[in-house]
Design a protein around this ligand. Structure first.
Ligand code: PSV
Ligand code: MN
Length: 430
């Protein structure tokens, strides 16, 4: 563990003062689970298989389109972002992969970047392209769209950028590219819905053709923003339509915040899974129309219901079910490392509770049209406080019983504030 950011001594002394209390809580939960017919160690082993990818871009303070309020010690390049992700993973033991976004995370030597990440205990998840912003060296502007733009030269530039991302991803052992575009319109009549989608399909088919055989292309839909009247891939229907047209290596990615408030996202998950097109998730939470709040901070029950569909899908999948799980949120008022530790736990909790659902009882109640018993099957699992299992997993794996407490005690951010360059003023939606 030599390259890891927090010292083993610090972790051990943090855990020492908490382990007795944790053993107590774990024992009490074990007895409760036994009455429910489940063995806690088997449950722990199952939960231990769950892991998430961290978004490199969420390690800095995100900001809104109005302002970004940076904090001292924020990362300013991909190496510093990886260091912060390594802290999250070391303490939470459930986030061993990082998803990079280009050109934000460009590096001069990707072999060096990969070695560096591996030394920190990290690997790489899917890569993300960015054709929703112009770059200083861009020849053509994306102001009127990218993969769906009317101008063929703009589309060619956007396609080439996506293919470059695949080439970088190959060096990092990534196995997927996630494509999200801001293409859309702000006025009725501004854009022909059909021709714009035709152009998008044609562009994405060129990217699809450049995919290595063992890669996936994940299409991410978003209802609105930055376009406010129409967005080219606005919903799961549009996403699915294109994924089906492109072929079996193209699937849909569900960002939880990219729907209208109160949309039944768990049903979308079940639908996409039914046709083999559920490719992955961007986890976050949302109160209005945003995709920025911390996972589980607003509606942990919805998160549980999403995972209940995933548990159902996994149970019926004969071992082939492997969606990409990733966080995507914007930390505007917290230290991003703390939010990522807290969100990793919130998402793991939802996974754990869903794995406790008595699926036989649920199906029997559903088949008997017994709504209350079906609901109780879900509620019984949801009501378990599974946090001692997650804390025990972290403890056994060399992580922190209380990640945020230990992070604060480590003074990581204060130390980085001395070492890292200050982040300038700015704004931008992430
Ligand atoms: C767009 O809102 C999004 O959810 C996409 O995943 C982007 O890649 C990411 O946020 C960063 O802008
Ligand atoms: Mn997203």
């Amino acid at each position: 563990m030599t390259g890891y950011p927090i010292s083993n001594d610090q972790i051990s002394s943090h855990n020492e003062s908490r382990i007795d209390g944790l053993r107590d809580d774990y024992g009490a939960l074990a007895r409760k689970l036994e009455r429910y017919g489940r063995d806690i160690d088997a449950v722990k082993a199952k939960i231990g298989t769950f892991s998430l990818a961290l978004p490199s871009w969420a390690t800095g303070r995100g900001g809104t389109r109005f302002a970004k309020f940076a904090i001292p010690g924020e990362p300013t390049n991909i190496f510093e972002k990886l260091a912060d992700c390594a802290v999250v993973n070391q303490l939470s033991c459930a986030a061993p992969r990082v998803s990079l976004h280009f050109p934000w995370d460009s590096a001069s030597d990707y072999d060096e970047l990969k070695c560096h990440a591996n030394e920190l205990g990290l690997g790489f998840d899917g890569v993300n392209s960015n054709t929703f912003q112009d770059q200083p060296d861009s020849q053509y502007s994306y102001r009127n769209g990218s993969l769906g733009a009317a101008d063929a030269k703009v589309r060619e530039q956007a396609i080439a950028h996506n293919i470059d991302c695949i080439e970088i991803g190959k060096k990092l052992d990534s196995k997927a590219i996630t494509v999200w575009v801001g293409d859309g319109s702000n006025f009725p009549g501004q854009q022909d819905f059909t021709r714009a989608l035709d152009r998008y399909v044609s562009s994405t088919s060129h990217i699809y053709d450049a995919l290595p055989t063992d890669w996936l292309m994940l299409l991410e839909h978003k209802m609105f923003e930055p376009a406010f009247y129409s967005t080219i891939i606005s919903d799961w229907g549009s996403s699915l339509m294109v994924a089906q047209e492109l072929g079996e290596k193209c699937k849909c990615l569900v960002d939880l915040g990219h729907h209208a408030p109160n949309t039944n996202i768990e049903q979308i998950v079940a639908r996409l899974n039914r046709v083999g097109k559920l490719g992955g998730f961007h986890f976050n939470d949302s109160k209005y129309g945003d995709d920025d709040l911390d996972s589980g901070s607003i509606n942990p029950h919805q998160l549980f219901l999403v995972f209940n569909e995933l548990a159902e899908a996994e149970a019926n999948s004969a071992g082939k079910f492997n969606p990409a799980y990733m966080i995507d949120q914007s930390h505007n008022v917290t230290d991003p490392i703390e939010s990522l530790i807290s969100s990793t736990e919130a998402i793991s909790i939802a996974y754990a509770k869903a794995s406790l659902v008595d699926r036989e009882a649920l199906i029997e109640a559903q088949d008997n049209n017994d709504a209350m018993m079906a609901f109780r099957a879900l509620r019984a699992a949801y009501n378990f406080d599974v946090t001692p299992i997650l804390a025990m997993l972290r403890y056994e794996r060399g992580g922190a019983i209380d990640g945020i407490d230990l992070y604060r005690a480590s003074k990581w951010r204060e130390r980085k504030a001395q070492e890292r360059k200050a982040v300038g003023l700015g704004a931008g939606i992430v």
